[in-house]
Design a protein around this ligand. Structure first.
Ligand code: GSY
Length: 177
């Protein structure tokens, strides 16, 4: 029946990248998934397994746990971003320094095949193609996915080999029911 709905009422699929390197990292990732799922018009559909990853950029800091998630949403990209920022705040994220340690980071990586470039929001995420800690979990929840420019995620990841500093620690986050 979705074909007869006007576009603004249809669910879109978006892919999120999440990371945590402060406190109980696993608990923050699980809570982020639960909180997003309770926000209006967001359904967390699938969650990747968890990877422990060496920090990239910023000051010396502890390793991250990273995951990716597929969400179905009736929100616009801008309203989805607002929900992600709200969950970051609820989980005590403090923006002290750029690329510094954080309880939780939630990035919109992809939103359908949309390309958006505003000061506050860039989709696809501008550093997506450079970061194995993003691409590896993302491929689990978006197998076969291509970027709006036609490049496949798998091909981009292949170009980053050899990959170091990304280790699977299993499927420890459950997708909210
Ligand atoms: O961009 C997200 C925050 N972040 C991460 C991260 O999530 N994982 C790793 N391994 N390094 C990072 N550096 C930053 S900033």
């Amino acid at each position: 029946m979705s074909a007869i709905l006007p576009p603004r009422d249809r669910e879109a699929f978006a892919f999120l990248g999440l990371g945590s390197n402060l406190g109980d990292r696993l608990a923050y990732l699980q809570q982020a998934m639960e909180l997003l799922h309770t926000r209006p018009s967001i359904r967390v559909d699938e969650v990747s397994s968890v990877y422990e990853t060496a920090p990239v950029g910023g000051p010396e800091q502890d390793p991250y746990l990273n995951i990716a998630a597929r969400v179905a949403t009736r929100r616009s990209p801008r309203r989805l971003l607002a929900a992600c920022l709200g969950v970051e705040q609820a989980l005590g994220r403090i923006r002290r320094e750029r690329w510094g340690p954080r309880t939780i980071d939630i990035d919109i990586l992809l939103y359908e095949d949309r390309v958006i470039s505003t000061r506050r929001l860039q989709i696809p995420h501008p550093r997506l193609g450079e970061r194995p800690f993003v691409l590896i979990p993302l491929l689990e929840v978006a197998p076969g996915k291509t970027l709006p420019d036609g490049r496949s995620l798998a091909t981009i990841l292949g170009g980053l080999a050899p990959i170091e500093g990304v280790h699977s620690v299993g499927s420890q986050i459950t997708a909210p029911a």
